[in-house]
Write a protein that binds this ligand. Structure first.
Ligand code: SAM
Length: 274
């Protein structure tokens, strides 16, 4: 990896999260987590020098890889010249996915994500009604823990709920920092999230769900009831909390996903200010 970078005169950019995975065993584990097989279409964000891309291309029907750094894109174009099953896009993945809506529902995301945009990228994909059927993402271990956390856990919050509304965690494993070049300061984890076969909420209620979760966690130490009163009158909130089995004294951190779903169903259509 070092010699390729020297040959190509590429100096890595820390702000782009350019920590490349060089450990073959960990790359194989990521592929296995995605259960990548011949019929799969795979989206990869941040292919870097292409170690994961190469394995994906060997197994999947097609790979769409989005890389921001045009020096790396040039290298990948040379490395994978004439590859019939690779679509390489030179773009900021976050902006690209937002401005080029596409049906990803038959795709899998398998990626070692750029850390700076990992959370918004995953939130966008997970809340997309046509999001991928699974998300296999390598990211900082702290972020992974926040994504898969459950109510009452220290890491539970908006990110957990935004991701878990449409996806269920089916496992994760740690990747030590020594598996990357250059070595990042923290360990990483590869998480696997599988799209729910039956959505917990219809699409038209997702905005209300987001509103409730954002308000609920806007001040972690405050009771949910007080925070939600900024948007809903007490006469709507009391029956909603009761139906969800949420105490009027409860803070958002102890409210489960299923309870947020019931609150959403009860409060939908009754937002009186934005
Ligand atoms: N997949 C490679 C690997 O495993 O070695 C590289 C992973 S590295 C953690 C993240 C990659 O994402 C880098 O190649 C970086 O240039 C790219 N990147 C950073 N920000 C990006 C963005 N907004 N959109 C697309 N790619 C981005």
């Amino acid at each position: 990896m070092r010699s390729i970078l020297a040959e190509e005169q590429i100096q890595l950019t820390k702000s782009l999260g350019q920590n490349f995975l060089h450990d073959g065993n960990q790359l194989q584990r990521i592929i296995q987590a995605g259960e990548v097989s011949a019929n799969d279409q795979v989206l990869e964000i941040g292919p870097g020098l292409g170690p994961l891309t190469e394995l994906l291309m060997a197994r999947a029907r097609s790979v769409c890889a989005i890389e921001l750094d045009n020096r790396l894109v040039k290298f990948l174009q040379k490395r994978f010249a004439n590859a019939p099953n690779l679509e390489l896009i030179n773009a900021d993945a976050l902006a690209y996915l937002r401005t080029n809506p596409r049906d990803w529902s038959e795709w899998k995301l398998v990626a070692n994500l750029p850390y700076s945009v990992a959370s918004p990228l995953l939130v966008d994909l997970a809340l997309n009604p046509q999001g991928p059927k699974c998300l296999v993402a390598t990211l900082q271990i702290e972020v992974a823990q926040r994504i898969i956390a459950k109510a009452d856990g220290d890491d539970y919050g908006q990110l957990s709920l935004f991701l878990q509304l449409n996806y269920e965690s089916s496992g994760w494993f740690k990747i030590p920092s020594g598996s990357f070049f250059p070595e990042p300061d923290v360990d990483s984890a590869c998480i696997t999230l599988v799209r729910r076969t039956v959505p917990l909420l219809p699409n038209e209620l997702i905005k209300v769900f987001l509103r409730i979760v954002k308000l609920g966690f806007s001040q972690r130490r405050k009771m949910m009831l007080k925070l939600l009163r900024m948007n809903w009158p007490l006469e709507r909130l009391s029956p909603a909390l009761e139906a969800a089995g949420v105490s009027p004294m409860a803070r958002a951190e102890s409210v489960t996903l299923e309870q947020f779903v019931i609150l959403t169903q009860m409060l939908a259509g009754s937002i009186h200010s934005e």
